[in-house]
Every structure is written in C-alpha cells, then in structure tokens.
Design a protein around this ligand. Structure first.
Ligand code: SAM
Length: 287
C-alpha cells in the first residue's frame, strides 16, 4: 500500500532519472488515471517506480518508460505503484454516523419490503472504507444484519489499483489497523487470533470489489442511494473533478447522499444539484 510520502532531497540514485522522464511519467498518469504529479513530486515518482525498474532488470527510468509504452501489463503495474492508497478504518467517521442516522433506517425498511438498496465506495483502496461503512450501518445485531443482507442489497467498492483490491477482497488486516473500530463492532464483525483479524464473511460477501477507473467508462446500470468518493479528487485537476462530480450526481438517486473527503469541495454547476447537510455530506435534491 502506498502511503503519502515526504519528499526527501534527491540523493545519488540507483537508476538514471531526468526531468524529461518525470514529465513523461506525469503525462501518462494524468492521461490514464487523472492524478497530478507536478515537478515537486519527482522524488516520490522515482521512489515508487525504482522497485519496478529493478524488477524488470533495467538500468534507467527512461528504459522503463520505453517498456511501459509497449507492455500494457507493466504499464498497469506502474500506475498501481504511482497511486497513493492511504486509508484507515473509520476514517472521517462523521460520514458513517450521518449515513447510519439519516438514510439507513429508511433503506433498511426498503430492504425488508423487498426493494433494492445500492451503495458505492468509489475509491475504496484496500477495503477499510467500505467495511467501516457497512459495520457502522449494520451495527451490532448480526442476525438482523444477515436478514437485511439476504435482501436486494449490493455494496459496490471500486478502485483503479489491483494490489489494494486484492487486500480488500481478502479482508485480513493487522490487529492494530482495527484500533479505530469501536470495540463492540470489532468483536461482532471480525475474527482471528494473534496479529491478524479477518472481516466476517457476511460483510465480505456483501461487497463486490471491482476494478474501475473513475475517468473511464462505468458499467453501472442502477443509481445508488449513497456514494462515498473520498480523498481521491485531491489528486485530480479542476476539470477532472468537475466532470467526475457531475457523473457521480447522475449516478445518485434524488434523496441520496454523496460524501467527499475533508479537504474536497463540490465545484462547478454540480453544486446546484446538492444541499450541504453535514460535514462534506451532500444530499442530492430534485432538479
Ligand atoms: C488516498 S486513497 C483514499 C481511500 C479512501 N477513499 C479513503 O478516503 O480512505 C485514494 C484511492 O483512489 C484510487 N484512485 C486514484 N485514481 C483513481 C482513478 N482514476 N480511478 C479509481 N480510483 C483511483 C487510488 O488507487 C487510491 O486507492
């Protein structure tokens, strides 16, 4: 998992890496996944790609750029390495509290009545976000949760990065990583002894973890009742944010909620389609 990294001063590098190499990598990352890698991120880019250059038996980042130009699988590994996947359980928990109070009682009643409920964690990283969301909504009553999850319930959790999706699907985390999960929820929804805890299969099976590029096509048939899109737009430029927000609004039911990261804002005309009802918590209103 890639955590945000401090920018150490350039040292003697194992592999050749010049300004033009950084620009070429930044152009690929921007075009394919939307992330901005300005000049100040050169050391971060080098640090993330150097292991791939080594693994491919090359001696310069320039040769690696040539390789990813002709090898789509290695290109995908390069983009995976360049994404920042920092996340945690119950990060920005006010969103889960807002959802549990504002929407979940109505959605649970809808499930019981046989109606569909659809939720989307749209940049889910290694899974901590969707698992937290589901634990917070379902609470401590496992039998009632099992009843609701057997109904027409789907949580979609997507990310561009295959390595974090593999962790998310496995649902096993170091015990320390679950320190922020309320103790009662942790005891109901995780199992294991020793250093690792595994999320209950009931939750894992309720979440469909899929690869999806927020800049690409979305093979999504139905609108969602709530969408989390948190701490990913910060890596995008303004036009990309605006386009993404407008598409998210199109994929949300009226009366549904959009939750974004603490340093993100609704920008552009899309803001008129929402009412701010909590901390970075937006209710979609009728046109
Ligand atoms: C910093 S993490 C945030 C994870 C989680 N939403 C949270 O707030 O804790 C950003 C995630 O966005 C993903 N990402 C970046 N660009 C993306 C894109 N174009 N499409 C889908 N996911 C993307 C990264 O792989 C990474 O896992």
């Amino acid at each position: 998992m890639n955590a945000p990294a401090a920018q150490p001063a350039p040292r003697t590098r194992e592999f050749g890496f010049c300004k033009a190499d950084h620009e070429a990598i930044a152009a690929i990352a921007h075009a394919e996944v939307g992330i901005l890698l300005p000049e100040g991120k050169a050391q971060l880019v080098y640090g993330r790609l150097a292991p791939r250059v080594r693994a491919c038996g090359l001696t310069s980042v320039g040769d690696y750029i040539a390789l990813i130009g002709r090898d789509p699988a290695e290109r995908a590994r390069a983009l995976d390495a360049l994404t920042t996947n920092h996340t945690s359980f119950f990060r920005e928990p006010h969103h889960f509290e807002d959802f549990a109070q504002r929407l979940w009682p109505t959605l649970a009643a809808r499930l019981t009545a046989g109606d569909p409920v659809r939720l989307w964690s749209s940049a889910c990283s290694s899974g901590e976000e969707p698992y937290s969301w589901l634990m917070a909504a379902l609470g401590e009553d496992r039998a009632n949760a099992a009843h609701l999850l057997r109904r027409d319930f789907r949580m979609l959790a997507t990310d561009i990065s295959p390595s974090v999706l593999a962790t998310a699907r496995a649902g096993s985390y170091p015990r320390d990583a679950l320190a922020n999960v309320p103790a009662t929820l942790r005891s109901v929804w995780t199992q294991g002894r020793g250093d690792m805890l595994t999320v209950d299969p009931l939750l894992r099976d309720a979440i469909a973890f899929k690869s999806l590029n927020l800049l690409g096509d979305w093979p999504l048939r139905r609108r969602f009742d709530a969408i989390l899109c948190r701490n990913v737009m910060i890596y995008f430029d303004e036009p990309t944010k605006e386009r993404l927000l407008s598409r998210l609004a199109d994929h949300l039911e009226v009366g549904g909620m959009l939750y974004i990261g603490h340093s993100e804002r609704l920008i552009g005309p899309v803001a008129r389609r929402f009412e701010l009802v909590g901390r970075t918590a937006y209710l979609k209103v009728a046109a």
